[in-house]
Each structure stands twice: as C-alpha cells, then as structure tokens.
Design a protein around this ligand. Structure first.
Ligand code: CDM
Ligand code: ATP
Length: 301
C-alpha cells in the first residue's frame, strides 16, 4: 500500500436545460455530459498527517485546505471506514479552474476511486456513485465519463451510446465564474416567464446515437449561456469569433466562462486554435477530444 494515481477528465455539457429553482436550492436539469481528454491526475498515499498539494499552471488558484473537493472526498471516506488513516493528496491539475468544466468535481471523483483502491475497500459502484452525488452534482459523471444523460440535479446518469468522437477547442478565461451566481442570474433573467420542464431534445439524442457532428453542432444548447454572458459580456464576442473562424458551433461550457467550439475534425480544430490565439479573445486556448473514459487508476505502486 504505497500510492495510487487516478486520471480523471473534464466535462462539457452538450445540452443543458435548467428547470425552475427547487425547494432545496438546486435546479432540476436535463443535460448531456461529455467527458474530454483534458485531465487531472490525483495521487493518494497514506501519511502521518493530512495534506494536499496542487501542481500545474493554475495551482495557486486551488485551495489546499478542507475546502478542496478532493480533501472533502477523502475525509468523507475516512469517516465511513475507520481503518483509513490520514493521507497525502497530490493533484496535478490541467483542467481549467472555475471554468465550468467540473475540475473540482473531477478531483473529488478521482480521490474516491484512489482511496477505494489504496485501502482495498471494495466499495460497490452504486455506493461510490452515492458518495459522489453527496459531494456535488457534477461528481458522479466524472466517475462514469463518456457521454451520459444527466437528470435530477445532474447526479442521475444514463449512458448515451453512439460511435462518434468529437474534436473541440476551448477558450479559457483566467477569471472564473461562480456556479451559484450563474444559476441565480439565470433565474433572474427568466423571472417573468414560465420555465418548462427540462428536457434534452430528441434531435440531440439522434445526433449523438448517429455520431453525426453536423447534427450535433445544430443542437448544442446551454440554458445558462445567457446568464454567463450577462455576468461576463465579453463571452459573446469570444463565441462569435469562434464561429467566424470556422467552428461548427459554439457554446458556453456549463456555468462558464470557458467557451467550447465544436470542430469538423482535428485539422479544423488546429486551425481554429491558431485563429483564436491570434484574435486574443481568451487567456488561453486548448484543444481536446471526447468522449473520454471516467476516473481510472493509472498507477498503483
Ligand atoms: C453547471 C453544471 O456544471 C452543469 O453540469 C452543474 O450544474 C454544477 O454542478 P456542481 O458545480 O457540482 O454544483 P454543486 O456543487 O452540486 O452545487 C453548487 C451550487 O450550484 C447551484 N446548482 C447546482 C446544480 C444544480 N442542478 N442546480 C443548482 O442550482 C446551487 O446554487 C448549488 O448550491
Ligand atoms: N480540487 C479542486 N480543483 C479546483 N477547484 C477547487 C477544487 N476544490 C475546490 N475548488 C474550488 O472550487 C471553485 C470552483 O472550481 P472548479 O474548477 O471545480 O469550477 P467549475 O469547473 O466551474 O465547476 P463546475 O463546472 O462543476 O460548476 C474554485 O474556485 C476553487 O476555489
């Protein structure tokens, strides 16, 4: 029992429809989660005291105290399994921070998988998904990966089968957006309207089942996009520039401010990266493809 490393993906929501606020403060969702190969590596080792270290270009923006979602996940399991002692957690971070790509959730999911393997706990998949859901609405999907339909507050998942793989470009902003603030802004913008029951369109499901990138491009949709733009008006320009420079479609990722551009193929994505870099519409531009598997052990020393 020395160290376990787990690799875990970021997500983008291909469809995100948001219902009215629920009594518990969350919103009912119907969403398509899609994991992409922008990944964090989380390493967990037994130690004499708890610690958390984050490496990577955005490390300074990630807390290392008990508010880190990876620490929360490890301590949650330590409360349930008395045989577990303190741990050293190391997060090698490539997923954008506070970008609407569920980076903290991914680290929490990776930690659940790592601790389970490190201490040989044999936690069932169902129970692991239960721990994940209690840690955050996006955490279960990071365990599952691929492409999945999310309902409830995002924690109820059903896989979406389809042979397609997709090429993406992401425009990242250094300054994040707060997820609760974006949901609150969405409520404010829709205050004078009846909000329909959230639902993913049949056209979107058909596009995904057929692996049809052009049909998928037509149906990318995010109900939080207007709210993210209201809070960060420059995002409108970023999205428009991507479309002018050849993206098949552009959408704000989750609660933003990352903008996601769907491309026809890999060479289209490379061309778009160059154009967006030149246009200086974002602090960084990265390329990724999906779907990507969920949290997986990559080394067990
Ligand atoms: C925007 C998305 O990334 C889309 O997948 C997620 O809905 C956000 O999921 P998350 O960051 O895991 O969110 P949580 O940690 O569960 O909740 C943080 C806050 O976001 C808001 N929230 C989140 C999920 C949801 N279905 N409705 C909400 O209103 C609530 O204000 C909540 O207090
Ligand atoms: N392991 C972690 N990695 C990144 N941020 C974390 C982590 N743990 C806690 N945080 C805090 O959570 C905030 C949101 O970070 P995160 O990167 O998860 O946002 P996000 O991608 O917008 O989330 P989501 O898409 O799930 O709403 C950060 O500003 C940071 O303070």
């Amino acid at each position: 029992m020395q160290a376990v490393t787990v690799r875990v993906p970021a997500k983008v929501n291909l469809a995100l429809t948001v219902g009215p606020p629920r009594e518990d403060g969350f919103h009912g969702l119907a969403t398509i989660f899609h994991a992409v190969n922008l990944t964090d590596d989380v390493t967990v080792e037994p130690a004499s005291s708890w610690s958390c270290t984050v490496t990577g270009p955005d490390a300074a923006r990630v807390p290392t105290d008990d508010s880190n979602l990876a620490v929360k996940a490890a301590k949650r399991l330590a409360r349930s399994f008395p045989e577990i002692g303190p741990m050293r957690i190391t997060i090698d971070k490539s997923i954008p921070v506070a970008g609407g790509m569920a980076g903290g959730s991914a680290d929490a999911a990776a930690t659940l998988v790592a601790v389970d393997a490190l201490f040989d706990l044999g936690i069932s998949r169902k129970r692991l998904l239960g721990y994940a859901a209690r840690l955050g609405s996006d955490v279960p999907f990071a365990l599952v990966g691929g492409t999945a339909l999310g309902s409830g507050r995002g924690e109820e998942l059903a896989p979406v089968l389809g042979g397609g793989s997709y090429e993406w470009v992401f425009a990242l902003q250094r300054e994040g957006l707060s997820t609760p603030q974006v949901y609150a802004e969405c409520d404010r913008l829709r205050a004078d309207r009846a909000v329909p029951v959230p639902m993913v369109s049949e056209e979107m499901m058909t596009a995904l089942r057929g692996g049809d990138v052009h049909a998928l491009a037509e149906h990318l949709h995010n109900d939080l996009q207007d709210a993210a733009i209201a809070l960060r008006p420059t995002l409108r320009d970023t999205l428009e520039t991507g479309l002018e420079e050849g993206a098949l479609a552009a959408v704000v990722s989750g609660s933003g401010p990352t903008c996601a551009f769907l491309c026809e193929n890999r060479s289209g994505a490379l061309d778009l990266m160059v154009a967006l870099n030149a246009a200086k519409v974002a602090d960084d531009i990265v390329r990724a493809s999906g779907p990507h598997p969920g949290a997986k052990v990559t080394s067990h020393g």
